[in-house]
Design a protein around this ligand. Structure first.
Ligand code: AP5
Ligand code: MG
Length: 217
């Protein structure tokens, strides 16, 4: 079995980034988050970042062509084949899924699983309202469910609130997800594993880890 290639699919605040960070640290799998890459480009004021900034702030999807260029560069890294990869928040449209399929085919890599993080809008509003992200190490925290401590946040960098984490933007991102991303659930039906993302982080983690271990058997 080659190193696992997985997609994390789910609404804003469903816990994709939290799980991907932990799995990447513990299992040495590459974590590719298009959201993180775009925010980094925005903060560094690159051409991509300038083009993406208004979409991110509004909660709209960045155009497919820009995203596919971005992901193509990341996927051609030989480490992907060696260590495996979690695609967090990509693809998000059928066009992106088709683009991914062509890219993987050209690289002779196959997609193993698509994890769907299933959770209600109400729960994500509560989660994202309390989310804090370190500007230095990019770790994700929550003021109540996962507060930053000396142990969990050794770098002690500044904790930030994302510009798109207002209740109005969260509700809007949810409608964007339903319209443009939810069709991927059917598209990936044969590889789909649905997770109860409202469970505690450790429980969700063990379920995903169990699925990854089963792939490697
Ligand atoms: P992106 O960064 O991908 O954001 P998202 O998909 O909207 O999801 P989030 O990062 O908000 O949530 P998450 O599921 O990662 O939750 P987290 O683990 O942080 O995209 C942002 C923007 O970039 C898009 O709107 C778009 O503009 C652009 N973009 C990105 N990719 C694109 C693409 N492919 N195409 C086009 N445009 C794209 O957890 C949330 C909170 O909950 C945290 O505080 C955490 O501590 C807490 N938490 C996590 N798990 C649990 C749990 N089990 N119990 C209790 N609390 C929990
Ligand atoms: Mg995320």
């Amino acid at each position: 079995m080659s190193a696992p290639i997985m997609i994390f699919l789910g609404t804003a605040g469903s816990g994709k980034g939290t799980q991907a960070q932990k799995l990447s640290e513990n299992l040495d799998i590459i974590h590719l988050s298009t959201g993180d890459l775009l925010r980094e480009a925005r903060d560094n004021k690159t051409e991509l970042g300038k083009a993406a900034e208004s979409y991110i702030a509004a909660g709209d999807l960045v155009p497919d062509a820009l995203i596919l260029d971005l992901i193509k560069e990341s996927l051609t890294d030989p480490k992907i084949r060696e260590k495996g990869c979690i695609l967090d928040g990509f693809p998000r449209t059928i066009a992106q899924a088709e683009g991914l399929s062509s890219l993987l085919e050209a690289l002779s890599i196959s997609l193993d699983k698509v994890f769907l993080f299933d959770i209600s809008l109400e729960e994500t509003i509560e989660r994202l309202g309390g989310r804090r992200i370190c500007a230095t190490c990019h770790r994700i925290f929550h003021i109540k469910h996962n507060p930053a401590t000396a142990e969990s946040h050794p770098c002690d960098g500044n904790l930030k609130i994302r510009v798109d984490d207002t209740e109005e933007k969260i509700r809007y991102r949810y409608t964007v997800y339903q319209e443009q991303t939810a069709p991927l659930i059917d598209y990936y039906r044969s590889k789909l594993v649905t997770l109860d993302a409202s469970e505690a982080p450790d429980k969700v983690y063990e379920t995903i880890k169990g699925q990854i271990m089963a792939l490697e058997e």
